[in-house]
Design a protein around this ligand. Sequence first.
Ligand code: NAD
Ligand code: 44H
Length: 379
Amino acid sequence: MKQAVHFGAGNIGRGFIGALFSNSGYHVTFVDIADQIINQLNEQKSYQVILATDQQETTTINHVSGLNNMTQEQEVIEVITNATYLTTAIGPNILPRIAPLIARGILERVYQTDEPLYVIACENQIGATNILKEHIFDNLDEDTKERLAGKVFFFNSAVDRIVPIQKNNTSLDVLVEPYYEWVVETEAVIPHVEGMTTVKELAPFIERKLFTVNTGHAVIAYLGYLNGKSTIDKTLADEAIVNQVEATLKETGDYLVKQYGLDKEEHGKYIQKIIDRFKNSHLNDGVTRVGRAPIRKLGPEDRLVRPATEAQKAGLPYTNLAKAIAAALLFDYQEDEEAVKLQTMIKESGIAKVLSEVSNLPEESEITQEIMKQYDALK
Ligand SMILES: NC(=O)c1ccc[n+]([C@@H]2O[C@H](COP(=O)([O-])OP(=O)(O)OC[C@H]3O[C@@H](n4cnc5c(N)ncnc54)[C@H](O)[C@@H]3O)[C@@H](O)[C@H]2O)c1
Ligand SMILES: O=P(O)(O)OC[C@@H](O)[C@@H](O)[C@H](O)[C@H](O)CO
């Protein structure tokens, strides 16, 4: 049986990427640090993916197993030597931590076989696979790096499927939205995976996804949190917030249309489709999950700051994006490590300094001034 090794047996790992591989005839080895999930995968050898619809259609995902990357390093190296695909859905901040073990697996592999290995990071981050590749290369000697040519391929990708935190965390089963899209950047003909699309240039796809789905999601999460709402769909019952989401996505949309020559009307329909996906009440998707890790989300290349800086460069409006950034700065959820850290930073240094450190926005910039104005208004 063909082998896929997937790092991160969490919501998107089990609910999307792992499920696609299994449905395409692969055995999927999930690699994670969560022993409970690993043990259950090895005992049950299957789980269910349940669609968040009235009918709750269910698919059984077979041919799965698990390994712990902290305690079973040798076994992980062995599956890497035998795999066709190596994918991740672990969170952008974790990529540097798993890279040394992946490097050891690749090192072993390239001296054993010439069979190609395809490495794809499935994270909400522009160029995530390139970033993972850099971390892997930091752990390889020059000789091995040269040997990788023609044997190990690194492709960036964009992944889209809303998978909330699961209500029952003692079960492997995963509730997911029906919609999904996985776009991988390559011109090569690669082994077929049902549900994966390949494109020559990923930039328009990842930016359209990140700056519509994830920007819109972030606006709802941060405004919902500030208004005491628990979930994304409940937040959208507030018409004023729906209007705010639309106004923000109009700003990212104007940038995307200008940058990539998208059809304005088509893009408008895409925005409405995304907002309808957010309204799915079966998902019960918490604002604190969607708003998680605000320091990452305020990064210069991420869903809020990058479209604002790009809009400014293009002479387009960005005040609604500035409001979303201000709302993110007010996300003080105590159970989120980054939210706690961000609030401490704000207390110690003030907004302008934090934006310069976290978002790479100069303290005197027009964007920073606008964010500060919006911050005071929201506060
Ligand atoms: N959930 C979604 O709707 C969704 C959709 C598209 C993309 N994504 C992206 O997919 C990635 C994963 O998101 P998720 O929602 O599945 O998160 P998640 O928290 O459900 O899953 C992450 C998994 O990684 C594991 N993990 C954490 N640190 C680890 C380490 N050092 N070594 C091994 N395993 C480790 C965790 O135990 C967990 O099982 C993120 O980059 C996210 O942005 C998520
Ligand atoms: O995963 P994050 O933290 O980057 O973003 C939170 C959500 O916006 C995200 O997980 C979406 O549900 C997902 O990107 C939909 O495809």
